[in-house]
Design a protein around this ligand. Structure first.
Ligand code: PAP
Length: 346
């Protein structure tokens, strides 16, 4: 079975600081290359960084790996392969969980029957196992020069801003979305942990106001979801559209669907042996949050920041009735006529 990401090189050969320095230099060059274009863009107050910039209808951070400069660089240079598979999410919609599940499904034969004693997901963050194209672009030896098939990548980029080669090459995409209220709450807590000195958003009320008018990193939330929902209805064989809530309530069926979509279906024998249940356990919030209690990603984000509660409906502990109703109204209006539901079991 092919190795489908550069996870193994990352895990087995820790990057030396010289390489880290080179990557940081690549980023600095990119930020510099696009700084003039940034000046022309509308700005809003940021959640983590000082400002968000409006580019092609969506709000983006700046001077970060997930940023407007990175997006521009990807649009200019990224080359997709027709066999690539992209996991697409808005931040805080279940990216880490989806990465773990897909990585575990595709690589399951490598780690069974004692073929390798330690599964990467038992020692490393799923973000190290399946990279964002947003991080790949700065790598000195990016995965996208490899010839593995399928190459697995994640991205937060809105559909209409995807690098043209992803759309033209006919790659398959898996889109995972989550109830907007839980995304807001999760993003608020994440931003609180990561906020830099220029990011001044503090209260939940402020976060709520920004979210409601669409100003969150890679938002507006509703436009992001609608973009992928539209292509999933037009090309269901190319875009698999899932919800976090649905995955929570029926993880087994979702793992089965994911495996089929990825062209790594479970055999009858595997089903009998409980291979799917094993993957679900491996990728469970309980397991991954334990593995990732300590340490940081290479870009400095604490591993633990990606694991908070992992529940559906924590918004009830944060939103007032009035806030909840306001978001319901916006969601109803924006998703009018669309078959998008976050009821558990959908
Ligand atoms: P990212 O886009 O920055 O990578 P992402 O993984 O999408 O973040 O979102 C993190 C959320 O997924 C957290 O939700 P919470 O704040 O409401 O708790 C996190 O707890 C949750 N999460 C992480 N891993 C899992 C998992 N294995 N199962 C279920 N939820 C998870």
């Amino acid at each position: 079975m092919p190795i489908t990401s550069h996870a193994f090189s990352l895990l087995s050969v820790p990057k030396c600081s010289d390489e880290d320095k080179k990557e940081r230099a690549n980023m600095a060059l990119t930020f510099d290359r696009y700084k003039d274009r940034l000046r022309m863009l509308p700005k809003e107050k940021g959640w983590i960084t000082g400002n968000l910039y409006m580019y092609q209808g969506f709000w983006h951070q700046t001077m970060r790996i997930i940023s407007v400069e990175t997006l521009m660089a990807l649009q200019d240079t990224f080359k997709a392969h027709p066999t690539d598979i992209y996991l697409v999410t808005l931040p805080k919609s279940g990216t880490t969980w989806l990465k773990a599940l897909v990585f575990a499904i595709v690589n399951r034969k490598r780690y069974t029957n004692g073929s390798l004693s330690t599964h990467p997901l038992l020692i490393s963050n799923p973000h190290n196992c399946l990279p964002f194209i947003e991080t790949e672009i700065y790598a000195n030896t990016p995965t996208y020069v490899d010839t593995h098939s399928p190459r697995l990548f994640a991205t937060h980029i809105p559909y209409t801003s995807l690098p043209q080669s992803i759309i033209e090459s006919g790659c398959r995409l898996i889109y995972l979305c989550r109830n907007p209220k839980d995304v807001l709450v999760s993003m608020f807590h994440f931003a609180n942990k990561l906020r830099d000195k220029s990011g001044s958003l503090v209260t939940f009320e402020e976060a709520f106001e920004s979210f409601s008018k669409g100003a969150m990193p890679v938002g507006p939330y509703w436009d992001h979801v609608k973009g992928y929902h539209k292509v999933s209805t037009e090309h269901p064989g190319k875009v698999l559209f899932l919800t976090y809530e649905g995955m929570k309530v029926d993880t087994l069926n979702h793992v089965k669907r994911l495996a089929k979509f990825l062209d790594y279906p479970f055999t009858e024998e595997e089903e009998v042996e409980g291979a799917m249940q094993e993957i679900i356990r491996l990728c469970s919030f309980e397991n991954l949050s334990e593995v990732n209690k300590h340490g940081n990603l290479r870009e400095g984000i604490p591993n633990a920041a990606f694991f908070r509660k992992g529940e559906v409906g924590d918004w009830t502990n944060h939103l007032t009735n009035e806030m909840s109703q306001r978001l319901d109204r916006i969601t109803k209006e924006k998703f009018h006529g669309l078959d998008i539901s976050f009821n558990q079991g959908s």
